[in-house]
Write a new protein. Structure first.
Length: 223
């Protein structure tokens, strides 16, 4: 059974209609309508199959779900060098926010110093979803023990008018307000961010259960 046959076996037409509205910037005919738990299950099957490398090398894929499964498979590669090379190869083919957002390579957590130069390069990319992925990796991996204030500057300096890029910058800063409030709030006091990003980050922070009520009230005054 081919991967396409496997996907057709578990597709959901009602869910497909939902996905078409959720991801409006890709062609509807590329969306089959497969739910994420099913795709993760299929990704595990692909990862353990002898056809894994052939699938990863068969780019570009035709379907949205194949791209998601591709990133899910990459995220399971334990060897850092192999994993990051697979990420580098795939990122230029990422064409929408769910593919950029849903997979987090497990090997990155144990290799912060090795992955950081790649994250810097990805954020600097002119390709929206490569930059978005880089910012998300910085958010996921470097707002805890390995945080440095310069990382805030790295994201603040990322400019662009694409909605999905600006939303990622806002998401990063809202998360930074939750995890690194003292270091992050000056960016709002000094209005260092694009006005739309500034307001959207505050909105997301105010909606977050991880931000204290006191901080929320102050952030509201900075809108």
């Amino acid at each position: 059974m081919t991967l396409h046959d496997r996907l057709m076996e578990v597709k959901d037409d009602a869910y497909r209609e939902f996905q078409i509205k959720l991801v409006p910037n890709i062609a509807p005919e590329t969306i089959l309508g497969v739910r994420t738990p099913e795709m993760r299950k299929i990704a595990k099957e692909v990862f353990g199959s002898p056809d894994r490398d052939a699938f990863l090398n068969d780019l570009p894929h035709r379907y949205y779900e194949e791209n998601l499964i591709h990133f899910f498979v990459i995220s399971m590669i334990r060897d850092f060098d192999e994993c990051v090379q697979a990420v580098e190869t795939f990122l230029p083919y990422v064409d929408c926010w769910p593919v950029s957002d849903q997979a987090t390579p497990k090997s990155f957590a144990k290799n912060h110093q090795k992955v950081l130069p790649y994250i810097r390069k990805w954020i600097a990319s002119d390709h929206v979803y490569t930059a978005r992925f880089g910012i998300r990796m910085l958010m996921n991996e470097f707002l805890n023990e390995d945080f440095h204030k310069e990382y805030l500057e790295l994201v603040a300096n990322k400019k662009g008018e694409d909605y999905y890029l600006k939303m990622m910058v806002a998401w990063y800063f809202a998360t930074a307000l939750a995890k690194r409030y003292d270091e992050t709030v000056p960016y709002f006091e000094d209005r260092r961010l694009d006005d739309w990003v500034h307001k959207k980050a505050i909105q997301k922070a105010v909606e977050s259960f991880r931000v204290t009520d006191e901080h929320k009230e102050y952030l509201k005054s900075l809108r």
